[in-house]
Design a protein around this ligand. Structure first.
Ligand SMILES: *Cc1c(COP(=O)(O)O)cnc(C)c1O
Length: 411
């Protein structure tokens, strides 16, 4: 058993403890939802205020050059590159994850014109599957989208597979693929691999280059703390940058947008994946938010993440026995992201009651309670406190209140 004193000692000696004060968190709240919307880094508000008042307000149109707005997508991309194991010129920040997936999926399929199959995980995040369905419609019925369970992915790959498209960490269960091994096996079959890093980037060290990934996309508003609707990111391995073409051919992806050439000519490298005018305010928020990571060792983040999630799993064991929560996250460290999920038939109401008691997690249909662990701003003692509050919700039956059953638009 881990006691409160043990946890206090862990907090005392935590090399990441100092990062918490860089975030604005409501007093008393335990935020286990940084995997849906990361907390606000304190420096962001002042930075945005300056961008709005000084750059937009005073310098107006000259800011595109004067304040480098025109290169913001690449500057922010370079900051993300360090967190995902890529070179600075392999990543840009742009658009949403869904749109970036559309861009790289089409680009990848066109690199394998003789093949017709996209393989993915049937439990992949729906937007990923919807984008693949749209791309398939666009390209015609000759294309097949093959959706399989995680343990069938390898068997589903053959000499017709053009692209294997996976999310590294399952958004519901927190199950994590072995990126290096899966990439290798798909490439042995001649396929290209696209990784969605929505629940990886900023959560633990990712090694895109070392794993020989082909393409990747990911979210700016989850573990990267870029704010609601923050721009996403996109990675193209350097070896594909000459041949991979965009099909959302917008002017910002042109070789020289300000020539106003009537004919599209793709920019060099990953820049050709840019489409339209970048959202400067959102990019500025993400840019400043990423500075939180500047002095952070991602290996340290991973160590703490595993300790936090281990402690939560341990703390929840009596509740599993007493109230029927079923752990759906792997206990094995290698197979785990930075979240812990439980199945429970009353999951929705329980999560609402828990939020009312100051512990924010989320519910994912049909019956999953999901808790995200963000090592930069969570304390070890928060884990014990969260379990205690959940225990109270169950023991006192607080979740049975009628108001916790009504489903809001966003769950
Ligand atoms: C959150 C998430 C997304 C979100 O995509 P948006 O286009 O930013 O809404 C995509 N894929 C996965 C795996 C996610 O978890």
């Amino acid at each position: 058993m881990t006691t409160r004193a043990d946890l206090a000692a862990l907090d005392q000696s935590d090399p990441l403890a100092r990062k918490r004060e860089e975030f604005a968190l409501p007093e008393g709240l335990i935020y286990l939802d940084g995997n849906s919307l990361g907390a606000l880094p304190r420096a962001v508000a002042g930075h945005l205020e300056r961008v709005v008042r000084e750059q937009w307000g005073q310098d107006l149109i000259t800011s595109w050059n004067k304040h480098g707005w025109i290169d913001l997508a690449s500057r922010v991309g370079a900051k993300i590159a360090r967190l995902v194991g890529a070179e600075p010129d392999e990543v840009i920040a742009a658009d949403s994850t869904s749109i970036n997936l559309f861009k790289v999926l089409l680009a990848a399929l066109k690199l394998r014109p003789e093949r017709r199959v996209i393989v993915s995980d049937v439990d992949n995040f729906p937007t990923d599957l919807y984008i693949a369905q749209g791309v398939r419609q666009l390209l015609g019925e000759r294309y097949e989208l093959r959706l399989v369970k995680k343990d069938e992915v390898e068997a589903a790959l053959d000499d017709q597979t053009a692209v294997l498209m996976l999310t590294e960490v399952d958004y519901r269960s927190g199950w994590r693929y072995d990126m290096a091994a899966v990439t290798r096996r798909a490439q042995q079959k001649g396929a290209l691999v696209i990784w969605d890093l929505a629940h990886s980037a900023g959560a633990f060290p990712v090694r895109l280059d070392a794993c020989n990934a082909d393409f990747a996309v990911g979210c700016g508003y989850k573990y990267l703390n870029g704010g609601p609707g923050a721009p996403a990111f996109l990675y193209v391995a350097r070896r594909h940058q000459g041949a991979a073409l965009p099909f959302l051919t917008g002017w910002m992806g042109h070789r020289s947008p300000f020539d106003f050439d009537p004919f599209y000519d793709p920019a060099e490298g990953v820049h050709r994946m840019k489409v339209g005018t970048p959202p400067v305010l959102s990019l500025s928020a993400l840019d400043k938010a990423l500075d939180v990571f500047a002095d952070v060792d991602m290996e340290e983040v991973r160590r703490k993440s595993l300790r936090l999630t281990d402690l939560f799993i341990e703390g929840m064991e009596p509740l599993c026995a007493e109230y029927g929560f079923k752990l759906v996250t792997p206990r094995e460290h290698e197979r785990r992201g930075s979240q812990v999920a439980y199945a429970h038939p009353e999951g929705y109401a329980i999560v609402q009651a828990l939020i009312a008691s100051g512990v924010v997690g989320d519910f994912r249909a049909p019956d999953i309670l999901r808790f995200g662990f963000t090592p930069l701003y969570l304390r070890y003692q928060d884990v014990a406190e969260a379990v205690e509050r959940l225990e109270r919700v169950m023991r006192q039956g607080l979740w049975k209140a009628e108001r916790f059953r009504e489903r809001a638009k966003v769950t």
